[in-house]
Design a protein around this ligand. Sequence first.
Ligand SMILES: CCCCCCCC/C=C\CCCCCCC/C=C/C(=O)SCCNC(=O)CCNC(=O)[C@H](O)C(C)(C)COP(=O)(O)OP(=O)(O)OC[C@H]1O[C@@H](n2cnc3c(N)ncnc32)[C@H](O)[C@@H]1OP(=O)(O)O
Ligand SMILES: Cc1cc2nc3c(=O)[nH]c(=O)nc-3n(C[C@H](O)[C@H](O)[C@H](O)COP(=O)(O)OP(=O)(O)OC[C@H]3O[C@@H](n4cnc5c(N)ncnc54)[C@H](O)[C@@H]3O)c2cc1C
Length: 660
Amino acid sequence: MDYLSDERKKSDFDVEAMKVAWAGSIQEFQLSDRMAKLVANDPVFEKFTRPMLGRKELLKNTLRKSAHAWKLIIDLRLSEEEAKWLRLYVDEPAYTDLHWGMFIPAIEGQGTEEQKKKWLPLAKKMQIIGCYAQTELGHGSNVQGLETTATFDTRTDEFIMHSPTLTSSKWWPGGLGKLSTHAVVYARLIVGGQFHGVHGFIVQLRSLEDHSPLPGITVGDIGLKFGNGAYNTMDNGVLRFDHVRIPRNQMLMRVSQVTKEGKIMQSDVPRQLIYGTMVYVRQTIVADASKALSRAVCIATRYSAVRRQFGSRDGGPETQVIDYKTQQSRLFPLLASAYAFRFVSEWLKSLYLDVKQRLEANEFSTLPEAHACTAGLKSLTTTATADGIEECRKLCGGHGYLVSSGLPELFAVYIPACTYEGDNVVLMLQVARFLVKTVSELGHKKPVGTTAYMGRVASLMQKNSAVQTAEGWLNPGAVVEAFESRAARMAVRCAQELAKFGNPEEGFAELAVDLVEVAVSHCQLIVVTKFFEKLQQDIPGKGVKESLEVLCYVYALFLLHKHQGDFLATGYLTPKQASLANAQLRTLYSKVRPNAIALVDSFSYTDHYLGSILGRYDGNVYPKLYEAAWEDPLNDSDVIDGFHQYVQPILKQRLHSAKL
Ligand SMILES: CCCCCCCC/C=C\CCCCCCC/C=C/C(=O)SCCNC(=O)CCNC(=O)[C@H](O)C(C)(C)COP(=O)(O)OP(=O)(O)OC[C@H]1O[C@@H](n2cnc3c(N)ncnc32)[C@H](O)[C@@H]1OP(=O)(O)O
Ligand SMILES: Cc1cc2nc3c(=O)[nH]c(=O)nc-3n(C[C@H](O)[C@H](O)[C@H](O)COP(=O)(O)OP(=O)(O)OC[C@H]3O[C@@H](n4cnc5c(N)ncnc54)[C@H](O)[C@@H]3O)c2cc1C
């Protein structure tokens, strides 16, 4: 029985076509769909018992799933794209993520042709397993502050890897704790007693025979992390070196080379390329944000249509909680954000692929913008997604707190995304630096790409919003201009404040809070713009483009409402115009309402991937919640272990004293 069938009948767009729009293309949809079903129908990938497992069982279970996934990849000859979808739907962080997601890309981006030829075939056949060992106990954000040393010994043509202090211990790398045989280790290069910056080195950590740590290497897991299950399927590790020697050719030498004689040769490649793997991963994290948020929103939307509270008339049914305006005002902007993040990630991927191609041809001009966009959008989307998942939990009331709702585990596994691959505040400060530089160069350099609007700063500073009615906000030009003006005005105001400081670094530190706000406003502008640009494309299917248009305005006007202080303070909007935007937002929520279930069905998530009783496709929530309660191990017996030992004596004592 489909308890949501009436809801599904209300929608006015073609869901199958929306699925394609969400996936990006029919090919991508079919590929994703095939992998989702493959995982959902395979009992090895069962995940409901995960939160009940102890750490050792949990990790072993992950190893079993990873081995099975690898077997499927080989047996079914899956392509790299298919393997990525498979990883997504298996839905369990594992050492293989870091092997494929960071170790291999680090060698691809920073290795010489010779190094790639040697290491990539071994890694791609998984004859070695690698991780990305950058962060240390004492330093994560400040990469230049890393303390591990790689000292060149001209006599033996080797580097000596060493951990000189406790704080230099590598700390956090995923896959390092128990599984990696190799790592790309980031260390200070020392040649002839001089420090030559931080570089990556391929270091073997464990024996390929018996997996024991090699001499001079101390390695282990850093311990249990937030939440049951969640990220504890990953062996984040600690690593120390005691004068471990590696051949010279294991330094990744695309950026700088060390010769046999101990000479440092700089190539034309900028030093920042050493950070290139992070640019790649930040871009993938933006795509993952839309997946995590859409998953939470799918659960909260379906449950909000099933759940009823208050409002019964003459004994009739009570009101579905999705019909409360307050519920809509919390849920629908998240639904719109999921779509907005999906489309901005699509754009970011194309920007990244373009930069990658240019880098391969030694053309580096677009790297700063790629860095600013990946850093800023990673920060913006992961912050919104982490907050959004928690909001979805609250939108599901008490039942959202049950593990079987799927939301606690999703939250616990997701929140470190605000920290890993760069703390979100630290990353926004990078965007701010980029914007301040752009503003300072306006006189002699035409801004391009996502900062092109800064080239129109004079007019953006003068012109105020012309919107007169609530309908007036349904105009891409009016909305984009509002976001451009706000970002440009905030940036210019900050640049003026900065100019008052004699020392720019001192000014940057003092104004950091305002600078982060400028960076956020710039990143929100990118997301809004890319959503409107998506709508310019041919999007087939009855009502699909119209529904996306509604979501695009919901996203933009919700942000405008939330940050109306900025829009008003910069003088671009009047209070009346801000309140017209809010009135329009209410109308838009009414347009989303009949399509809400269809809009989350369009994510095409299987019940396996959602992992939620509240979010079940058929809406059969209460009987399944009731059933699941009886499956809890506490309900194996009526009288629990420990009762006779610890509780009964107390009860007896009470009875005894009551008699007295
Ligand atoms: C077949 C099977 C397939 C299976 C497929 C599976 C695929 C899986 C795919 C993905 C899974 C991924 C899983 C991810 C799991 C996450 C695990 C987490 C990993 C980590 O966290 S790794 C560690 C990350 N660490 C950080 O992010 C540190 C943050 N800090 C920094 O980035 C930097 O130190 C800094 C930028 C904050 C500051 O650096 P520094 O002091 O050196 O720099 P500045 O002086 O400020 O700037 C110098 C200059 O450089 C520019 N810059 C900085 N960064 C970059 C960059 N990344 N790229 C380009 N340019 C950069 C900066 O703008 C300055 O420029 P200007 O001089 O101003 O021009
Ligand atoms: C689950 C998980 C997996 C990880 N996997 C890996 C991995 O595979 N490989 C790896 O190398 N690392 C990994 N990391 C480490 C991760 O990259 C770092 O934790 C991250 O970069 C943040 O650095 P930090 O811990 O030094 O934070 P800190 O920089 O110490 O942050 C602490 C606080 O200080 C603030 N702060 C720091 N600097 C500034 C500044 N300049 N201005 C203003 N505020 C500032 C931050 O905003 C934050 O509030 C992982 C971390 C986690 C949680």
